[in-house]
Design a protein around this ligand. Structure first.
Ligand SMILES: O=C(O)c1ccccc1NCC(=O)[C@H](O)[C@H](O)COP(=O)(O)O
Length: 219
């Protein structure tokens, strides 16, 4: 059976990571973007990483980082995926891929032009993550974008063998509709599995169950 890749993003503490024990997710994300509400410092990232259950991949999230910022984290934390959430160029993606030898997730914001052409990004990225932006926020918005762009996005990236994940306001109530209509390769959720701004195990279980039920029936 083909599975939808599930990433839960925005772990802030080792306790958040422990909440993933027994939850069938594929990856967990830590935000190394300074100055946002889910920011994690490099040394704290290492502590969280230790508690992420075996088999769950670790995604480090950056937004227009300097190379030094990336070294500071990657020298301490073993990330499986580097997620670039800003306006990084194809050349920067290439540098990341070659330097860190990780999978690279490049975020494209619905409605924002990226600084490069798709064919220039494609050799250096494994995943195109389509996300929302709102009021100056480029991630963790909790807002859904107009999914009608997804059909074309999928077709464009598929020709290059790049997977497409979707983020932005996903939650247990709407993820099934997304899967039925557009069948992305992966889904990425943060606000939708929080209660009062904190990751909630019950919400994560509900979300994951909904996705896996879809996988069992249709994948
Ligand atoms: O989550 C954040 O606070 C964040 C801040 C700055 C850059 C990226 C950020 N999150 C990246 C993610 O991968 C989130 O999962 C994604 O944006 C979806 O968030 P949500 O709409 O809250 O589910």
């Amino acid at each position: 059976m083909k599975r939808t890749f599930i990433k839960v993003c925005g772990l802030r503490t080792p306790v958040d990571a422990e909440k993933l024990i027994g939850v069938d997710v594929d990856a967990a994300g830590i935000i190394f973007v300074p100055g946002v509400k889910r920011t994690v410092k490099p040394q704290d990232g290492a502590e969280i990483a230790k508690q992420i259950p075996t088999g769950v991949k670790l995604v480090g999230v950056w937004m227009d980082p300097s190379k030094e910022e990336m070294f500071t984290v990657c020298n301490r934390v073993n990330v499986d995926f580097v997620q670039l959430h800003g306006s990084e160029s194809p050349a920067f993606c290439q540098w990341v891929k070659e330097r860190f030898q990780t999978k690279v997730v490049k975020v494209f914001h619905a409605g924002i032009r990226s600084p490069g052409q798709l064919e220039d990004y494609a050799p250096w990225i494994d995943v195109a993550l389509i996300d929302s932006f709102s009021e100056g926020k480029r991630g963790g918005t909790g807002k859904v974008f107009d999914w009608r762009i997804l059909q074309k996005e999928k077709e464009r990236w598929e020709t290059f063998g790049v997977s497409v994940w979707v983020a932005g306001g996903l939650r247990v109530e709407n993820v099934n509709q997304l899967l039925e209509q557009y069948t992305p390769d992966g889904v990425d959720v943060s606000s939708g599995v929080e209660l009062d701004g904190v990751k909630d195990r019950f919400k994560m279980v509900q979300f994951v169950e909904r996705v896996r039920a879809y996988d069992r029936q249709f994948r």
